[in-house]
Design a protein. Structure first.
Length: 300
């Protein structure tokens, strides 16, 4: 009678499960490197906008209004992506609009991450009444519609870039607070925290010197992914007229201005929309690669 051997070799060409997981992570990291290069180019263009943009984004040239991209009939090398309804160069406006989106994304995330991490650490570390108060505030924020919050703040303070950064920063802190609180609840029970208490370490030293360093990779991944979300929300608010106001170039208000011309002059809205898509996709790919690199077991 023949016997089956538990250690029999796998079928030719079969890939072990562990290797398949490693190959998937390697593929994601490769896409992440490509996306990081794309983001580096976008950031460089935004930072160097005064030198790399071919025209002043605010200059009006009615003679060349609604000029098509260079590869279409009637297009010229003077305006590679064409012009808008009042003759402003689209490529220049997209480059300068990227500056606005990145500034909003970075500063809004810094505000929300700082506020959320601080409150999440406090709620998770102290527990009790502190935790109850912070979590009540978190639940109130999560139940409050973002658009209503934006309308309320902008109605009082007026539409401007700083006010939009404030709205987007305040709106996103619950995400960080909830995640940081959950991790802090687990970390505070570990032996090194107990030992720190026994040695007389202060609460601040335990929170910021012992617990927070264990959360850095998690916070970095969340913040990276949130930049993409904030850019989309900024474009949405500008599209509605609640964000950056014309004539300042912003991808959202360029979309809003171009929607009227979609049938005959599609490029006015299409290229800003493409810029939003490429930027947010690249940021998400970078965030996913960072997650796999810093902690392959992290699930967000």
């Amino acid at each position: 009678m023949s016997t089956l051997l538990a250690g029999s070799p796998a079928a030719p060409g079969a890939v072990p499960a562990a290797w398949r997981g490693s190959l998937r992570r390697l593929a994601r990291l490769r896409w992440g490197v490509t996306a990081a290069l794309v983001m580096l180019a976008i950031v460089a263009a935004a930072v160097l906008a005064p030198w790399v943009s071919p025209h002043d984004p605010l200059v009006v040239d009615i003679r060349h209004r609604l000029a098509p991209p260079v590869w279409m009939a009637g297009g010229t090398t003077q305006h590679l992506l064409g012009t808008d309804q009042i003759g402003r160069d689209l490529l220049s406006r997209i480059v300068w609009g990227g500056r606005v989106s990145l500034v909003v994304g970075v500063f809004a995330v810094l505000i929300s991450a700082s506020l959320g991490v601080l409150l999440g650490l406090g709620a998770g570390y102290f527990g009790g009444r502190t935790d109850a108060v912070i979590m009540t505030g978190l639940n109130v924020m999560l139940s409050f519609p973002f658009v209503l919050l934006a309308l309320a703040v902008i109605a009082v303070l007026g539409p401007s870039l700083p006010n939009m950064i404030l709205v987007l920063g305040v709106a996103d802190w619950p995400l960080y607070a909830r995640v940081v609180r959950a991790e802090t609840l687990a970390i505070r029970e570990r032996e090194f925290i107990t030992a720190g208490r026994a040695l007389g370490m202060s609460h601040a030293r335990l929170m910021f010197g012992q617990i927070l360093p264990n959360l850095v990779s998690l916070i970095v991944v969340i913040a990276t992914l949130q930049v993409a979300r904030v850019i989309i929300l900024e474009s949405f608010l500008s599209f509605l007229g609640l964000g950056v106001q014309p004539p300042t170039a912003a991808w959202g208000n360029m979309l809003g201005e171009g929607r009227v011309y979609m049938l005959n002059s599609w490029w006015i809205a299409a290229f800003p929309g493409l810029a939003i898509f490429v930027t947010t996709l690249a940021i998400n790919l970078v965030g996913n690669a960072l997650r796999d690199w810093l902690d392959p077991n992290l699930k967000l």
